[in-house]
Structure formats: C-alpha cells, structure tokens
Design a protein around this ligand. Structure first.
Ligand code: DC
Length: 232
C-alpha cells in the first residue's frame, strides 16, 4: 500500500482501548478514521429492528442485500465520530450491549463480511487512513504500512466497561459483563472467516495496567519512526 496513501491498522478485542487510540492517531496525523466495528453494529441494529434471524436463509439474504446498499455516514464532531444510518443518528444505540451481541453474531457470517469488504477498502485515500477493527491488518488491508494489535486482559476490559456504565448511571453487573466479553472474544476468535488474531507483522500493544497516555506514547513512537509526524 506504500505506493498509494498510507494505512495504519488497529485490530484487537473490544474494550482494549483501540477506539480511543485510533481517534488520537487520526487527530495527530489528520487522517481519516474507519470504525469498521460500527458497520457490523449497524447490521446488528437493523437485524434486531427488523426481527431478522441469521438461521433463516431469506432473512440472511435480506441482511446481506441491506449491508451492500448500506447508507452510512461518519461525521466527526467534538466528541468523536457520529454514525448516521439512512440519515438517522444511531451513534448511541449501536453501543448497547444488545446490539454488541447481535453485531458479533452477524459479523461471523462470511456473506455479511463479503458484503462489507469493498466498502471498507474504499475508505483508503490521501492523506491516509486509520482502520480500526478485527481483521484490518489480516484481511482488509494486508499491505498496510503499520499494523497494531491492541489488547488487554478480559478482566481489565470488563472493569473498564463496568466503570464506564457506572459513570453513566447505568446499573451494571461486573461478572455478567465479564462473561459477555469472554463469550464475544471466543466467538470473534474462533469463527472461520476473518477470526480475531494479530497479523504476523503486527506490533502488539497490551494496554492492561497502562493509562491511555502510556499506550498512546508507545504508538506515537512507532508513528514517529516512520516520519509521519513531521517535526512535531
Ligand atoms: O469494535 P466493535 O466492538 O465496535 O465491533 C463490533 C462487533 O463487530 C464485534 O463483535 C466484532 C465485529 N467486528 C468484526 O468482526 N470485524 C471488524 N473488522 C470489526 C468488528
């Protein structure tokens, strides 16, 4: 990909801090940001809204057709990216635990993944792209210029989610959150199509026990070494 606009991929399990780090990278470099998880969350959302069953061939066909034609816009704002589906702001609703589970289920389907493939590649372009997901460095952008695999222990990710929900005043159960995270990891890592795993040439960033600033610093060094930060 070096001949064209550069791509940095960030893959890893949910709750490891990828989204925050991808946002920082995008700010430092002024490059576009692809939140590929949001695309799978949109599939989960319309599947739930329309009562689609992944086990019914007719429902799967309709979910695939809708994924191909998906009308989605990412808009950057002060609080990160807003996600619009068919003009409807779904930024918050796609973060619910219900949609997370549905997204993970539908994301395991190869036809759904194929339907979203070209759409994701189309995000690449000048001056560069930060691609956040599970298979960015392995499947979507195998020739990316820098590949990061951002991870953290399941217990730490559960604690972060619990604290996030508590801060929002939402009643949460730590052991249930932990169980859901382990189940989702297991499903994302064991699926046949594009399982969650580091690319052979990825730099592994383990954020367990590290602050966002500490993890950011590690990534900034890798980016600076490639000369993308100019003289700053
Ligand atoms: O990163 P996230 O939590 O928003 O992702 C939502 C779901 O989509 C998650 O279960 C993993 C799946 N996903 C995927 O299979 N491939 C991607 N490139 C991004 C996300």
């Amino acid at each position: 990909m070096s001949a064209s606009a550069p791509v940095i991929t960030l893959d890893g399990p949910g709750g490891a801090g990828k989204g925050t780090l991808a946002g920082r990278l995008s700010q430092w470099l002024g490059w576009a940001l692809l939140d590929s998880g949001a695309l799978y969350r949109l599939v989960g959302l319309y599947a739930l809204r329309d009562g689609l069953s992944i086990d019914a061939a007719v429902d799967l066909a309709s979910a695939v057709a809708r994924a191909r034609a998906l009308d989605v816009h990412f808009e950057s704002g002060a609080e990160g990216q807003r996600v619009l589906m068919e003009g409807d702001d779904v930024t918050q609703v796609i973060r619910s635990d219900e949609v997370s589970q549905a997204a993970s289920l539908w994301a395991a389907n190869p036809d759904i993944r194929a339907a979203l493939l070209d759409r994701q590649r189309a995000f690449a372009g000048a001056p560069g792209l930060i691609a956040d997901g599970r298979d960015m460095g392995t499947v979507i952008f195998p020739d990316a210029d820098l590949k990061l695999f951002v991870t953290a222990s399941a217990a730490e990710r559960a604690r972060r989610r619990y604290e996030q929900l508590s801060a929002q005043g939402v009643a949460a159960n730590l052991s249930r959150i932990y169980r859901e995270i382990v189940d989702r990891d297991e499903r994302d890592a064991s699926r046949e199509t594009a399982p969650l795993k580091p690319a052979a040439d990825a730099h592994v960033i383990d954020t367990t026990g590290d602050s966002v600033d500490t993890s950011s610093r590690k990534i900034r060094e890798l980016v600076a070494a490639r000369g993308w930060l100019g003289t700053s």
